[in-house]
Design a protein around this ligand. Structure first.
Ligand code: ADP
Length: 495
């Protein structure tokens, strides 16, 4: 019997109003059905938004340190349940257990960190230009916040949005990715167990084009936080513009590692393998381009191919597995189509390039680690986000050329350079067009207390993580208190 799960709206677990459902499958074994979830439509979304709207006045008056205490308790529950959550995550979306544990840990870190903000949420005070007048600014919540999340970090990314939104005093409607509804269900259960009052957080499961679209367009949603593809993000932003809605977008990447001729090649290889093939290349910060200096290109390429060929594909729950499956059939087909595109564009496929069906992998959605070489910046495989284990190697002759190539895509999330020359490192830090730049480390590994986000088509100026996420989920309110007992006119009563 397939387990059935529900939406959580206005304090009640409930089926979708139309009674429709969708199935959640294990991508390592498509016959393993994880559960059946509500396929919500606009009427479910409306009920969730109304609940959030009704409960907003009460929630935003709860003192922020009290709101945050609930988050501390939620973090503690996650600590206790870390192993079980990680195993469920691997089963639901495929990444290997060690990485799934990292995802849960990131959720724990974020929840503790933002819970601490409950006793900060600092504003500013500054002297007034007039006598007997006090001036300050405070953060205020916005109202009903919508969180729309992807499947690749199914616990961490929801905490990046839900926890700051709630600590700041907003009520939330949460529409998680249709590929990872179970992790969303678990997070909501944990927050309820930690003491979140009913109606404050509402979970609407479903498909992006149905529940997601309805949520973004709902007039009572005041702020939308979205992580997903750049194409979808642009659609979300357009709808938000129609409604004068605040929107924070975290979107795609085509993240480069530059390997200079003076790099520690062992270290660079470790970073490249981890960045390109970790999470099967399905991270927004995954390393998808290797921009390698001519002098080391051959050695780097040979060793990189050798490493890729040693990776063992399989179910992420098995200790022998290095690389898990892709998330779904559509993604498997899409990734494979890029191998064809690479061929047509004249790139070399040094390894991989096929759907992997050895042994038990035939039951799942596996793609052999693939390396494209002799790639030039104008090729689609050098420009487009593939979201699979398919990095492109590009050769350059200087730091300047490496930076030009690195900056030649529309994306700007993460970037990295391997060099032992401090001057080159600082030039790269200054010149790379990206929200994040690493020196002598891979393109992945964001820490929760630093800003996370990208430039160009990767973002729209907001940053998650750190205290900067509070700018997404609060408005600034400026307060003037005049205790002079007379009308004082700013800019006019001078001298
Ligand atoms: P990915 O390629 O990572 O799956 P998507 O952008 O397709 O990224 O999806 C990210 C999230 O956005 C998912 O929760 C998905 O259901 C949702 N979504 C997809 N399309 C829309 C849309 N048009 N409006 C709102 N949400 C959407």
């Amino acid at each position: 019997m397939t387990q059935e799960y529900f939406n959580y709206i206005n304090g009640k677990w409930q089926v979708s109003r139309a009674g429709r459902t969708f199935e959640d499958l294990n991508p390592a074994n498509k016959t393993d059905i994880i559960g059946r979830f509500p396929r919500s439509d606009a009427s479910d979304v409306d009920a969730a938004v109304q609940a959030a709207r009704v409960h907003y006045p009460r929630w935003h008056r709860v003192p922020a340190p009290r709101r945050a205490e609930i988050m501390f308790r939620a973090a503690e529950i996650m600590v206790r349940r870390k192993d079980e959550l990680a195993r469920a995550m691997t089963r639901e979306m495929g990444k290997v257990l060690q990485e799934a544990s990292g995802d849960v840990q990131e959720a724990i870190d974020m929840t503790y960190y933002i819970a601490g903000e409950g006793r900060r949420l600092f504003g500013q005070t500054t002297p007034s230009e007039l006598p007997d007048k006090f001036a300050m600014s405070v953060r205020v919540p916005i109202g009903v916040a919508a969180a729309i999340t992807p499947w690749n970090f199914p616990l961490a990314i929801p905490t990046w949005k839900l926890i700051p939104a709630l600590v700041a005093g907003n009520t939330v409607v949460f529409k998680p990715a249709e590929d990872t509804p179970l992790m969303a269900q678990r997070l909501v259960e944990i927050l309820l167990e930690a003491g979140l009052p009913e109606g404050v957080l509402n979970l609407v499961q479903g498909i992006g084009e149905e529940a997601g679209v309805a949520l973004v367009a709902h007039p009572d949603v005041k702020v939308v936080s979205f992580t997903g593809s750049s194409e979808t993000g642009r659609e979300v932003a357009k709808v938000c513009a129609e409604h004068y809605k605040k929107v924070a977008l975290e979107m795609g990447g085509k993240n480069p590692i530059i390997v200079m001729d003076d790099a520690d090649l062992d270290l660079a290889l470790e970073g490249a393998v981890w960045g390109a093939f970790g999470t099967t290349g399905q991270r927004c910060t995954a390393t998808s381009r290797l921009i390698v200096h001519r002098a080391v290109r051959r050695e780097f390429t040979d060793r990189f191919v050798e490493r890729a060929q040693q990776l063992r594909l399989g179910d992420g729950l098995l200790p022998t597995t290095d690389v898990g499956p892709l998330i779904n059939e559509a993604q498997l087909r899409r990734v494979h189509s890029y191998t064809e595109i690479a061929r047509q564009e004249g790139a070399k496929i040094l390894t991989g390039g096929y759907i992997y069906t050895e042994g038990d992998c035939a039951k799942g959605l596996f793609y052999a680690p693939t390396i494209f070489a002799e790639v030039t910046p104008d090729m689609r495989i050098a420009q487009e986000e593939i979201f699979g284990p398919c990095p492109a190697i590009m050769e350059v002759g200087s730091l300047e050329e490496a930076i030009d190539v690195a900056n030649s895509t529309t994306y700007g999330l993460s970037s990295a350079i391997y060099t032992r020359d401090v001057n080159k490192a600082f030039i790269a830090l200054r010149e790379l067009e990206a929200g994040i730049t690493y020196v002598n480390s891979s393109t992945i590994g964001a820490e929760v207390h630093l800003p996370f986000g990208g430039v160009k088509h990767t973002g729209n100026g907001h940053r998650e993580g750190s205290q900067t996420v509070l700018d997404v989920f609060t408005e600034w309110k400026t307060l003037y208190i005049d205790y002079s007992g007379r009308l004082q006119k700013a800019q006019i009563d001078v001298g």
